[in-house]
Design a protein around this ligand. Sequence first.
Ligand code: F0G
Length: 356
Amino acid sequence: MDCRWKGIIEAYRDYLPVSEITPVISLHEGNTPLIKANNLSRVISPDKNLQIYLKYEGLNPTGSFKDRGMTMAISKAKEAGKEAVICASTGNTSASAAAYAARAGMKAYVILPKGAVALGKLSQAMVYGAKIIALMGNFDDALTVVRDIGENYPVEVVNSVNPYRIEGQKTAAFEICDFFGFAPDFHFLPVGNAGNITAYWKGYKEYYTIGKVKSTPRMVGFQAEGAAPIVKGFPIKNPQTIATAIKIGNPYSWQSALQAAKESDGLIDAVSDEEILNAYKLVASTEGIFCEPASAASIAGVIKLSKRGVFKGDEVIVCTLTGNGLKDPDTVIKASEKPVELPPDTVEIAKFLGLE
Ligand code: F0G
């Protein structure tokens, strides 16, 4: 039996809008681990026995969940004969678009908010060979320009305005249900342009409709407090947060995110940068998992709802860790103690370590 994983299109072909003529452009994305986080659970709520699982999407080929959507968007663009793709991005979408476009032999154009993208992500877009524009504006401005270009020029937009992105990303919900054999009670995730919460909810609903699972989770999305248009109910002109991946003031999938929360009896809420940073360090130091600051909004959200008394005990909770921490090392280096400099002297080092 050939049991090598060939990516989400081959794994979930029956649930995706592809046919035998679709050229599958894949980097073997998906099949990411769902890691049980007992240490984290004990710290968050020692008395509740919460069954917290982390869907570690930072282990995708370009280090974020975007690869699930991008394999679909690029394969369908290729099928349609497109030669170039374009996206606006806070970083991860551009890294993924550039990689999959390279693999497809297509051009990638990416428009990034100047000075607001983590260096790891920028370096990815560069090395994969994208044409990069540093826009004098924010993500929302970049997306407006990209959508204009998509309407007026022969270039495929691969932001989550492209429905194939949502189709690909819904497969993460399938993987979670396939792992457990049921749907979790709660699903927490960070919300930026709001495509991912939309995609997960679509995936859970589809599995429920065909009888693969007997329930659906409560969908809980967290924005950063300084970039929380959905929570506040109006677009934010100048969004601010340390979590640059979700620094978005006017999300495209605003309504479908609200719908996911409403239909699932969930909610969209916000956490402060301080809460995000604490959760970011906590998951790394208790579980050995390094995610991006934005990803940690999901864990900060669990902490917030736990304090609010939302959980009764024993609930199965999944948090999506959307991106790999190595993309944005600056954040943790700035927030941590500097390493101590010592000469190569065994006794001195042993003393410093408290071994002497
Ligand atoms: N987490 C990370 C690491 C992200 O990169 C993003 C979005 C999100 C969460 C939010 O997901 O937009 O579907 O609600 N990043 C986009 C980008 C905007 O350009 O890479 P969402």
